[in-house]
Design a protein around this ligand. Structure first.
Ligand SMILES: NC(=O)C1=CN([C@@H]2O[C@H](COP(=O)(O)OP(=O)(O)OC[C@H]3O[C@@H](n4cnc5c(N)ncnc54)[C@H](OP(=O)(O)O)[C@@H]3O)[C@@H](O)[C@H]2O)[C@@H](O)CC1
Ligand SMILES: Nc1ncnc2c1ncn2[C@@H]1O[C@H](COP(=O)(O)OP(=O)(O)O)[C@@H](O)[C@H]1O
Ligand SMILES: [K+]
Length: 487
């Protein structure tokens, strides 16, 4: 499992490692050596400036400068702050640096195309300004290797505090932090190398991290592959509420639910739209809702076990009533798009009714409408999606280029396999359909959501540039086949 450690958890890992007998200076020496190894694997020796900050990130910088010098690299080292202010392991590392310590002014970058950025790491406590900001801004256009994180990037949020350089390479230690995978952090880090610096794996037992990169090892063992003797009802019967006008959305979702493995998929739609839906995918059942209450009656069929409401549903009382009917019928639910926006003025009415068998799939705009009052929009993506899951009791998928998924019990993942080609109309409908298909097959909400987001990203990658949402479901068999081959 690819855990993501918060900054506080990383400090805890350091402490636990030290308590387990690994000396602090050994960790710093290993950290510096790991950066030098990564640098020497990628570049031939050339003039390098090592910029050291006032804490242990700077201490790593002193180790790096010494090891590069020993490897025959032309190195200059500059310190932000004074030598006498260094303490602890950083002071020890500075003592071992045999060269001059220059002042950290932008001029030191002249003639040094490679810059080792060891100004600030986990200890970043406020936005960069003044001198620190000027030197970070002066790195622009150079090849930057960031130690732990590009200085100014916050390890928990992925946000830039003041300024941060664009790194070509970031070497971090033991585990990635959320800031390495959330945007804009992921972009600013460039290539990320995670180095083993001698922290024993078992320290994680004492930390119990709740955040991870979304990858198959989290949920592959629960994937509902069809049983040899299975029949279609054993694979669930999913229902998609179809709208009157935007019919494409429900059609995209229904095909995706089938491709994700649901045994049957029914689109329940207004009678006037029946011909449009009926002319769509032949594998999908279409059921016109002839009279008031027909949707609730349709859901009385116990075999219909999972419901998607939202894509193309239309905003307003009818959609709200359909959501309540699905919740009353205690179906596993995916609520997307209009099903979320319809509760913009009465969010609590919805949020008070949900549980962990419900998966909400908002993009940022829908999230703001539903959770703007309860959670707010100021926090970083991971904190907000977690707070939203805790508030609603449901699984929340906050979509975007760095989609994050959270369960009400505090678990969360960040997804990193989705290409920007997915930023095209209707791909969210497909995602909602994949979640639905997995829920229908009995996966739990959090695992279904994580699995769906990953499958969706892989399908996007398989298709690449030029993809449209119609293509995505068709790419799922290839993605699923590759996933199954790894079992
Ligand atoms: N622990 C270990 O065993 C290991 C740790 N390792 C390394 O240690 C790093 C963490 O070290 P760290 O905790 O000393 O914090 P660090 O990032 O150097 O910054 C703190 C200093 O910066 C200052 N400062 C902060 N923000 C500022 C701003 N905006 N503008 C100006 N100043 C600002 C802050 O000042 P203060 O907030 O106290 O005023 C303080 O002086 C970690 O990223 C990894 O590289 C590895 O060697 C592996 C083993
Ligand atoms: N830049 C991007 N990189 C990767 N995935 C993206 C990007 N932009 C959007 N997506 C994904 O595309 C989908 C868009 O969903 P949504 O905004 O609901 O669109 P629609 O309503 O048109 O279906 C989401 O799964 C989102 O995560
Ligand atoms: K740094």
């Amino acid at each position: 499992m690819d855990e993501l450690l918060s900054v506080a958890e990383m400090y805890r890992a350091d402490q636990l490692a030290i308590a387990a007998g690994v000396p602090g200076p050994a960790l710093m020496e290993a950290a510096g050596a790991a950066v030098v190894r990564a640098v020497c694997e990628r570049w031939a020796p050339h003039p390098t400036a090592v910029l050291c900050g006032p804490g242990n990130n700077g201490g790593d910088g002193f180790v790096i400068a010494r090891l590069l010098l020993e490897a025959g690299w032309p190195v200059r080292l500059a310190l932000l702050g004074t030598r006498s202010a260094l303490t602890g392991d950083a002071a020890v590392a500075a003592d071992r640096w045999p060269g001059p310590i220059e002042a950290a002014d932008p001029y030191i970058l002249k003639g040094n195309p490679l810059v080792i950025d060891a100004l600030f790491g986990a200890g970043l406590s406020r936005p960069l300004e003044g001198h620190a900001r000027a030197i970070v801004e002066a790195m622009e256009g150079r090849t930057v290797v960031a130690v732990d994180v590009p200085s100014g990037l916050h390890g928990d949020s992925g946000r830039v505090l003041g300024a941060a350089p664009q790194a070509a390479l970031t070497v971090t230690f033991f585990r990635r932090k959320p800031g390495h995978v959330l945007l804009p952090g992921r972009t600013l880090c460039g290539e990320v190398v995670v180095a083993d610096i001698g922290i024993p794996e078992r320290v994680l037992d004492g930390i119990a991290p709740q955040t991870a990169v979304n990858e198959p090892s989290l949920w592959r063992h629960r994937f509902p592959w069809p049983a040899l003797d299975g029949h279609k009802y054993a694979r669930g019967h999913a229902v998609v509420l179809g709208g009157a006008r935007m019919t494409g959305a429900a059609r995209l979702a229904s095909v995706a639910a089938l491709r994700a493995g649901a045994g049957l998929v029914t689109i329940a739609c207004p009678p006037a739209a029946f011909p449009v839906y009926a002319a769509g995918c032949a594998s999908v059942i279409v059921d016109p809702l002839e009279e008031d209450g027909a949707f609730a009656r349709l859901l009385q069929d116990q075999r219909k076990n999972a419901v998607l409401i939202g894509p193309g549903a239309g905003r307003g009382a009818q959609t709200r009533a359909a959501v309540m009917a699905a919740l009353d019928a205690r179906k596993a639910c995916v609520l997307d798009a209009d099903a979320l926006t319809s509760f913009a003025d009465s969010a609590d009415e919805l949020l008070d009714r949900l549980d962990k068998r419900c998966v909400l799939t908002p993009h940022e705009g829908e999230f703001a409408r539903l959770f703007g009052d309860s959670v707010g929009m100021d926090g970083d993506k991971l904190s907000r999606v977690r707070a939203a899951a805790a508030r609603s009791g449901a699984v929340v998928v906050l979509k975007g280029a760095d989609t994050a998924v959270a369960a009400p019990d505090g678990r969360a993942v960040v997804n990193i396999n989705a290409p920007p080609d997915l930023a095209t109309a209707g791909t969210g409908d497909v995602l909602a359909g994949i979640v639905l298909g997995l829920l229908a097959q009995g996966m739990d909400g959090f695992e279904a959501a994580c699995t769906a987001v990953w499958l969706h990203g892989e399908a996007g990658r398989a298709l690449g540039p030029g993809l449209i949402s119609d293509d995505l479901a068709g790419a799922l068999p290839g993605v699923l086949k590759a996933l199954k081959a790894q079992d």
